[in-house]
Design a binder for this molecule. Structure first.
Ligand code: NAI
Length: 324
């Protein structure tokens, strides 16, 4: 079975080659993202393997069908970049529903600790032999209220981590988990009570711009916002205004609304066109990582193993259980 692998990065290759070789799946690795212009690279392939910023819209799906591609294998859990409804009945779409909720939840906590204890500032200072502590005052997480929006696999691990720090945990979820030990409240109450808000729900029409100019008004002054889910949960302009007005105390972002053309690439020698991203990054209380939360050894292995399992099941005409 031959699969065109789009948006490949060096860290993807070892685990996919290892599991692919074990199960007779050959990957053709392409650095380019999948879109209408690059879809032709999937010719003579049975499947395509895509990631978070590949475009799988109606036009791409039509072209994949014309090329005889039968399966779209997402090597991630979120699938907001795929027109699932349009693909239904035309191609099989599979994903990796879980590969390491710990990877993402631990990264969310890493960002939070970095932010509230100013580790990012201290690191730069001491490298320059500047041992002054002025301006590095943080605050204790112990006793603070963490509001978790989306209490699925990742949100619940993050809740446990917060509890380990002695924080009070409240949650909002459209489908609250039973026996999670989380105190569920309305989104409004969560916005009003939380000292820290961490987003762990999928991007849908309902969750688009959950943080907007209007909702910023309802937040507790000084709140720390963490987003390791999908960028468009937050209206980046509203976030920026909230930071400028001092309503939002800090932001920890692993995802960004317009990340597709920027994240995962080295633009250190370029001038960034995105003024909102540039302004956010310039803020002392904003930390941005480029969709890195998933990136652990364990997660990469689990992603490759499940994707190969999904493709093998498709090639045998079987179901893997990860179909969308
Ligand atoms: P999950 O499916 O286990 O949990 C999602 C939770 O969100 C569920 O409890 C669901 O009921 C809830 N939810 C759905 N609609 C909602 C709404 N309108 N309002 C509030 N809650 C709602 O998913 P998991 O594995 O915990 O992943 C969460 C998100 O994290 C994914 O959708 C993905 O976008 C993101 N992610 C980011 C990664 C990164 O590297 N930054 C890596 C992996 C996932």
């Amino acid at each position: 079975m031959k699969t065109a692998f789009f948006d490949v990065k060096p860290y993807d290759i070892p685990s996919f080659e290892k599991y692919g070789n074990q199960h007779g799946i050959t990957f053709k690795f392409y650095e380019t993202k999948l879109d209408e212009d690059t879809v032709y690279l999937a010719r003579e392939c049975d499947g395509v393997c895509v990631f978070v910023n590949d475009t799988v819209d109606k036009a791409v799906i039509d072209r994949l069908c014309e090329l005889g591609v039968g399966v779209i294998a997402l090597r991630c859990s979120g699938y907001n970049n795929v027109d699932i409804e349009y693909a239904r009945g035309k191609l099989t779409v599979v994903r990796v529903p879980a590969y390491s909720p710990y990877a993402v939840a631990e990264h969310a906590m890493a960002l939070l600790l970095t932010s509230v204890r100013r580790v990012h500032k201290a690191y730069i200072r001491t490298r320059d032999f500047n041992f002054s502590l002025n301006g590095l005052t943080g605050f204790d997480l112990h006793g603070k209220t963490a509001g978790i929006v989306g209490t699925g696999k990742i949100g619940r691990v993050f809740a446990d981590i917060c509890k380990g720090f002695g924080m009070n945990v409240i949650g909002y979820d459209k489908f609250p988990a039973e026996n999670s030990g989380i105190e569920y409240v309305s989104l409004d109450e969560l916005y009003q009570r939380s000292d820290i808000i961490s987003f762990h729900c999928p991007l849908t029409e309902e969750t688009y711009h959950m943080i907007s100019a209007e909702s910023v008004e309802r937040l507790k002054k000084g709140v720390v916002i963490i987003n390791t889910s999908r960028g468009a949960l937050i209206d980046a302009e509203a976030l920026l205004e909230g930071i400028k007005s001092r309503k939002i105390g800090a932001a920890c972002l692993d995802v960004y609304e317009e990340e597709a053309d920027v994240f995962f690439n080295d633009f250190s020698g370029h001038i960034i066109d995105d003024d909102i991203l540039a302004r956010l990054i310039s803020m002392p209380n904003v930390i941005v990582t480029s969709h890195q939360a998933f990136l652990t050894e364990e997660a990469l292995n689990n992603i490759a193993e499940t994707t190969v399992k999904n493709l093998t099941a498709f090639s045998k005409g079987e179901k893997s259980g990860n179909e969308l």
